[in-house]
Design a protein around this ligand. Sequence first.
Ligand code: NAD
Length: 260
Amino acid sequence: MLKNKSALVTGSTSGIGLGIARALAQAGAKVMLNGLGEPAAIERTRRELAEATGSDVRFHSADLTRPDEVAALIAATEAAFGGVDILVNNAGIQFVAPVDEFPAAKWDAIQDIVLNASFHAIHAALPGMKRRNWGRIINLVSAHGLVASPFKSAYVAAKHGLVGLTKTVALEVAETNITCNAICPGYVRTPLIEGQIEAQAKAHNLPHDRVIREVILAAQPTKRFIEIDEVAALALFLCGEQARSITGTALPIDGGWTAR
Ligand code: NAD
């Protein structure tokens, strides 16, 4: 389905990004991985993905808090594969605190990684997509791009901003074969969420299973985590020709959370 296409997935050394990278590589796309982590472990992941899928899988270590490194990441992907046909802005971090106690440096880091890096990546990748008159931009947002929760001011603000960027880009390129969409998952069990389970268990002095049901999944009516594969399948669908008229959307995959 994606033979002759190339994809860049930011934050794909772990979690949802890695799942999306796997789905795209399985569909035949050449894939550039990106993210933080221990170099030997990343190289193992890269090699396993390349061997399992038969696709050209590479890695770039850009730190997305740095605009120059985001530009270098796009340039390196274009040099390696001849273009960025599919851009998945997936990297994200979380920090939880009341707004009046929220550390300014954490606020900045979340805006930089979630919102600013997505702008810089789209800014750099879009000219090539326009030249080739084909592109798919997928921004990994969250149910928190549509509704808020207390203590997540930076994350909720950045994710709402990313929905706005998604809509604007979609309108600007609407008459081309480029689409831009946001995927808005509820809770998916990844290292990002494991950290929150751990922190809440300590804060409330509760066992993990009660934290999961009573705290983490309290807002998610299905009371089960969304699987990484489900998010990856939606991303893959958005890359196909049958999704060419889906643009400017913020698609929830949230077990009914935002239906309330
Ligand atoms: P994760 O922690 O497993 O993965 C995050 C990835 O981002 C990692 O590869 C990490 O190395 C990378 N990253 C972090 N800071 C970076 C930086 N400065 N430069 C480059 N890469 C950086 O988290 P995840 O749960 O897979 O989250 C992926 C995306 O999905 C995030 O945008 C997150 O907000 C979003 N999301 C997650 C959930 C969930 O429940 N897990 C729900 C909704 C949305």
